[in-house]
Every structure is written in C-alpha cells, then in structure tokens.
Design a protein around this ligand. Structure first.
Ligand code: SF4
Length: 407
C-alpha cells in the first residue's frame, strides 16, 4: 500500500483535515491521530498493525491506496467520463479584441486596441467549417466570445463569425450555442435585436452595489455603469436570453452585494427563471482573513439572495470537475490568431499553444487533455487558500471602499 498523491492536509489550529481530491473524501482528525498518521503513513503496513480501524478508514477514503494503482490514469478516466455528455461538442472561444471600455483594477489583460485581421477572421471561419464537417463527428458547436470586451467588435467580427457559424450549422444540421462573457455595458437593443436568432447566453459581471461597482467599472469619462448594466441584464432576460451575473467580490466588498438583491426583485417568474448569480472571489484580494471565514461570509450572502427568490450557482465545489480548458475539443482563438486553452490567463506568447493556420489547421498543436490533470486535481481543494497566497504576493491593490452606499 502507498499514500495517495491526491492527499491534502490542512491544519486548522485545533485539529487536522485530511482530504483526498480524487475520492472527494475528507476527515477531521485530532492532533494525536495526525501525529500517528504522519509518523507511519510511509509505512502503511505498520499503521495497519497498530491502528487497524484508522487504517481501514484511510483505505476506504482513498488516502492509502494499493501499490499497483495508477492514480493519474484513474483521475483521467473519471475526468473523461464526466465529459461524456459534451463529447460531441466542439467548443470554440473567440477573442475578437483584447480592448475594453472599462479598466477594472484587477484585470490581467493589457487591453491594447487590437482587432482581428481579415486573414484571421477567414481562418476562424475555415476552422468552424472544418470542425463541422460530417467526418469530424461533432453534432454541436459551442461558440463563445470573450476578450477584452467582445461587444466592442460586435458589428464586424462577431457578427460575421456568428452569421457564418449559423450558415454552416444549418447546412450541416448541427446545433449552435452562443455565449458571451461581457461587462454588459454595450448590450443595447440593437445588439439584442441582431442576436435574436441565436438566443445567446451571457455572463455579465457586477462588482458590488451601485457605489462599489461604479468605483471599479467606469466609463472613460468616469461615469458609473451599474444602472445601465442592470437595465441591459433585465432587457436580455425579457427577450429570453439566459444571464449569469458573476458577482466579483473581495472580502471588503462582499457585504455591499446585499443591495444588489433589491435591484432584481419583483421580476416576473419567467424572467427570474433565466437569471442566476454566481459569487467569485477576485483572486488578487489581499485580505488576510482566513479562507474559511470568507467562505462562511459568502454562504451567508448567497442565502440572502436565495431568500429573495433569486437563483444562486454555488460559488465552490470540492468535487472533481472537468474544466472546459481540459477538454480536448475546446480551444480559444485570440484576435491575432494565437491558440490558447485557458481564458483565465493572459494571452501572451508563452501561454499560447499554437497558431491558427489556413483551412482551420493549428500549428504546434500540442494540446493534450491530460496536460494539467494531475496538477488540477491536487490543487482543487486548495483553490481558495492558493488564491489568498497568490494575492498576498500580488502588487495590485484593491481600492479603498470609503463609505457605505445606500441605493
Ligand atoms: S470589464 Fe473585463 S476585460 Fe474589461 S477591464 Fe474589466 S475585467 Fe478587464
């Protein structure tokens, strides 16, 4: 027997939490039991003889595993089985520009005034046409637009790619789903009219109540954007589009989100069914408050939303989840034709996986679904702590919230 490579041990001061990310099993053990585990876990047979009940639990929880078990393969198998439902989908994310009309303090993108060249645009179309060919085996195209602010490029690049994708999907009898990650400021009637045939889904971010949000997301002329974005969200759901409102919080800004609730109360039940909220911690949050306290505060805030009849997508889960970037059939094309897997890192050459070439070919295409799996599963139970650690090293500082805002 051997120790699992997916074990995590958290010292919470009074006792220890033993967690296995592969089995998703956790146990709280006393300091005394932890010392026994620490002194004997490298020799499980010794542990078995001295503490048989404890040993049986560790085996059952996957904390100690048989010598011949290949845990990395087991994690990959689990990961693949969770992705079966999407196996026939090709997920293409397009960054038509990295430019943005906001300048959030935590943004990791350089927001240069970038646009897609005609050549890259036509290569994106060729890529779509190639992947939707019958012999490729996909029956669904998931087309996401990211950035920068993708709606800045709506009337040319986005529209052209959308119209082309629809033509191809109609011709080949494939499903087409359209998603936008946007700050929502430009989502006006004109754009929603054009998007009518696609019934897109949106992820739109709010950074707090009106005051806090406006201190983060302002126009170039320093005007607040909250009320227009909230109105645009309501307009989108009234037209049948799903909207997930991503609530980007820091420990300091979290209490202010309670005011957001009243801005979405009294929706019709049809509109309410299309709206959900998801709290996400800004990873540069410098607060040194213990992660468990932050989590508790988030759960309390989530309950306020639930009590008001709003839908919450839970902020965290310790279960093994398959990230879109870990799916082999998911790629991101940047405005300059560079190919990426993950949209949560900056789009630099060193993070790039290759280049989009003619006919939808991708050069240096070394993407493998297994590339990050071991790291992912080992880290996932530590995400919050890891982010806190990162933020303490990060030089970007959250601006002060100087006063309460009453809507
Ligand atoms: S809206 Fe999004 S892309 Fe624009 S500055 Fe803020 S985080 Fe960056």
């Amino acid at each position: 027997m051997k120790e699992s490579i997916y074990n995590h041990i958290i010292d919470n001061g009074e006792n220890f939490i033993l967690y296995n990310a592969l089995s998703d099993e956790a146990a709280v053990i006393t300091k005394e039991l932890y010392n026994i585990y620490e002194s004997r876990h490298r020799n499980p047979d010794d542990l078995k003889t001295a503490y048989p009940d404890f040993y049986d639990y560790l085996v059952k929880a996957g904390i100690i595993v048989a010598e011949d078990i290949d845990e990395i393969n087991e994690a990959l198998r689990l990961n693949d089985s969770k992705g079966l439902a999407q196996k026939k989908a090709f997920h293409l994310t397009v960054n038509p520009t990295l430019k943005c009309n906001m300048n959030c303090w935590y943004c990791y993108e350089d927001k240069r005034p970038t646009r897609m060249s005609e050549e890259t645009l036509s290569r994106v179309c060729e890529l779509i046409e190639d992947r939707m060919r019958p012999d490729k085996g996909f029956d669904w195209l998931i087309l996401s637009f990211f950035g920068g602010e993708p709606l800045l490029a709506f009337h040319k690049e986005v529209k052209m790619i959308l119209e082309f994708a629809k033509r191809i999907c109609d011709r080949e009898k494939k499903h087409l789903s359209v998603l936008f990650t946007t700050n929502g400021f430009l989502l006006d009637d004109g754009i929603l009219d054009s998007l009518g045939p696609y019934l897109p889904k949106f992820q739109i971010t709010l950074d707090g109540n009106e005051y806090v949000h406006n201190s983060v997301k302002r126009t170039k002329g320093h005007l607040g954007t909250y009320s227009r974005i909230v109105a645009n969200i309501k307009n989108a759901i009234s037209r049948g589009c799903y909207v997930t409102v991503r609530l980007n919080y820091t420990y300091k800004s979290l209490p202010y989100f309670v005011d957001v609730i009243s801005d979405f109360e009294n929706l019709s039940s049809a509109d309410n069914a299309l709206l959900s909220f998801n709290f996400q911690r800004i990873w540069q949050d410098c607060s040194d408050v213990p992660a468990c306290e932050v989590t508790e505060a988030v759960h309390k805030m989530e309950h306020h939303f639930l009590d008001a009849g709003l839908t919450i997508i839970p902020s965290s889960s310790n279960s093994l989840q398959k990230c879109y970037a870990d799916c082999e059939d998911s790629i991101t094309i940047n405005f300059d034709g560079r190919v990426f897997k993950c949209t949560a890192r900056d789009f630099t050459e060193s993070n790039s996986e290759g280049m989009l070439e003619e006919k939808g070919n991708i050069s240096n295409h070394v993407i493998s679904a297994s590339k990050g799996i071991r790291k992912m599963t080992r880290q996932m139970s530590f995400i919050t702590g890891f982010m806190t650690l990162l933020s303490s090293r990060n030089r970007i500082k959250e601006p002060e919230i100087t006063r309460m805002w009453n809507c």
